[in-house]
Design a protein around this ligand. Structure first.
Ligand SMILES: Nc1ncnc2c1ncn2[C@@H]1O[C@H](COP(=O)(O)OP(=O)(O)OP(=O)(O)O)[C@@H](O)[C@H]1O
Ligand SMILES: [Mg+2]
Length: 247
């Protein structure tokens, strides 16, 4: 038995004759903060979609707690993208409440009384944790980019997922705001005991935040058929200093 939270065993992703990921074998320990780097098109977002359960591998298997992964929208995983994670027609509070719903299974519209009050209290606590209480009734268009990403984090975390997936979450933000977001994500990771998988183009960010850095790239390349081979984890760097510092 492995004590990994997530395990990928010989995972391949192919679109038609195009191989995007090949032979991905990884185990992700609970509580780790995995940074994922690699060139554009290496399959980093595809890798996140696999873990999110939005996409199934062409071959191989993905295990969560040793069992085959369930379909999307379980309470296990929350996700934040670079942009467009939040809904423009919902208020800040409405967006966080929406995080409690599952696609295709709206529950809050039907929540009344004590259950609804409890959901609102949870959402407000999450807004407080990300520093957005004051913006509770505003709409995303009224928020700065950094505030929108704080909101996206609150929306992802209100379900208390075990795994938080971040796809270049700070890529569109100014450097000063990024530093604030680094502090926030590090604090949320520690306080919520999360396992984080974060894709970034920023190598310094990858090493600053991660307890482990994974690089995806192609190991082999056919110049006459660039789609023939896929990428895999070519480097896997544990940052031991941090692991011991945080345990
Ligand atoms: N649904 C799909 N159908 C066909 N090809 C796809 C599909 N999704 C992704 N791809 C291809 O898979 C490859 C990897 O895409 P992916 O978005 O995972 O890369 P990435 O590493 O996240 O890149 P970036 O750094 O630019 O975000 C790309 O060549 C892309 O065109
Ligand atoms: Mg991507």
């Amino acid at each position: 038995m492995s004590d990994a939270l997530l395990e990928l065993k010989n995972v391949w992703v192919e679109y038609g004759d195009k191989v995007v990921l090949e032979r991905v074998n990884l185990a992700i320990a609970p509580g780790s903060f995995v940074s994922v780097v690699g060139p554009s098109g290496a399959g980093k977002s595809t890798f996140l979609r696999l873990i999110l359960g939005q996409e199934a591998p062409t071959k191989g298997s993905i295990l969560l707690d040793g069992a085959p992964m369930r379909a999307e929208c379980g309470p296990d995983r929350g996700v934040v993208f670079q942009r467009y994670s939040v809904f423009p027609h919902l208020t800040v509070l409405g967006n966080v409440l929406f995080g409690l719903e599952c696609a295709g299974a709206p529950v809050l519209g039907r929540l009344f009384g004590a259950r609804r009050r409890a959901a609102v209290a949870d959402a407000e606590a999450m807004l407080d944790a990300v520093g957005l209480s004051h913006a509770r009734d505003q709409y995303p268009a009224q928020l700065s980019g950094g505030m929108q990403q704080r909101l996206a984090l609150a929306q992802a975390l209100v379900k208390h997922p075990r795994v938080l997936l971040l796809d270049e979450p700070f890529g569109a933000l100014d450097p000063g705001i990024r530093v604030d977001m680094h502090e926030l994500v590090t604090r949320l990771w520690r306080e919520h005991g999360l396992t984080v998988v974060m894709v970034t183009h920023d190598i310094a960010e990858a090493f600053k935040l991660g307890t482990r850095v994974l690089a995806f790239d192609k190991r082999r390349h056919d110049p006459h058929a660039p789609h023939r081979y896929g990428a895999t984890a070519t480097y896997d760097v544990p940052l031991l200093r941090k692991i011991s510092a945080s345990s």
